[in-house]
Design a protein around this ligand. Sequence first.
Ligand SMILES: [Mn+2]
Length: 388
Amino acid sequence: MNPDIPLQLLGGLTAREFLRDYWQKKPLLVRQAFTDFESPIDPDELAGLALEEEVESRIVLEHGERPWELRRGPFEEDTFATLPERDWTLLVQAVDQFVPEVAELLEHFRFLPSWRIDDVMISFAAPGGSVGPHFDNYDVFLLQGHGKRNWKVGQRCDSESPLIEHADLRILADFEQSDEWTLAPGDMLYLPPRLAHYGVAVDDCLTYSVGFRAPSAAEVLTHFTDFLSQFLPDEERYSDADAQPASDPHQIQHDALDRLKTLLAEHMGDERLLLTWFGQFMTEPRYPEQVTGETLAEQELLDSLERGAILVRNPSARLAWSEVDDNLLLFASGQSRLLSGHLRSLLQSICSADALHGENLAEWLEDEEAVTLVCQLVQQGSLGFADE
Ligand SMILES: [Mn+2]
């Protein structure tokens, strides 16, 4: 993808300009990011998804049993009939995993790494519906899908920003408005992390939120060190050969700290393990139970492909790849595989979610490593046969 081509999605900015001036920095309003946008899902279908066991959904009622009442799905069909006429919102997480047309919207965001994208959350709000003024720790693109929503943006926040007392929702106690826009279908608002925002439905409205993943520093440290420690034998310990005689036996001398720093640096600086951990971590599926494989022998795979079977990426799977010296690492839904460099274009087509079939796989079906890889991905559940 050429980063210097103006994109309608970004209001005519190029990907390079957007990343330089807006990404993680300041909001961007784009009128008609999508011309004549037609929401691929309607409010009834969204409500239908919220009935499903495997779908994560919430309803926020501003004037419920208590202010800003939060209810968690799955919901019963009659739930929606009992809701008031206004001031409530239904939020459904990861709709892209359940509705292919919603997943297709993500194709427009290919100027960002796919492993940074978390999910597409869709909310339906009755007039006046809102989840209150709040901030998120993630970047988000808010695409108006249907109806109108008014967005106010405010101050930069952090974990010290005062919140109202609420067991489940993080609603800001103060909101210092700096800008305000009303979005119509096809309009899109990009918000950087930690910027206060407050969206209120003008009429019945659907809003798509393309959300991103960014591990916290605390997560990086705890998860990476957990991962590292699997490779460290118990006998590798703090050691102080050639220590100097202690002048006071109760004092921790700074040479002890230096030894610790050396020990940490030696392991924390292992780039290969850092990459392996990071790729696995960033491709962990949101719903691992949706990534279940099937038993498949390599010969069965070859036979199926010959009969015209099509392999597609499991919409709940996450894939990424990287280079290590002359080899490649494929990350698939939290696992990694070291592969030889000649498989590069195969990894690229596997990751880009193209359909794989006898024709485009042809050159690979003679390659033992490639066949084993594709077979393993089906066994693991990242790839699956498309329904005929
Ligand atoms: Mn938000």
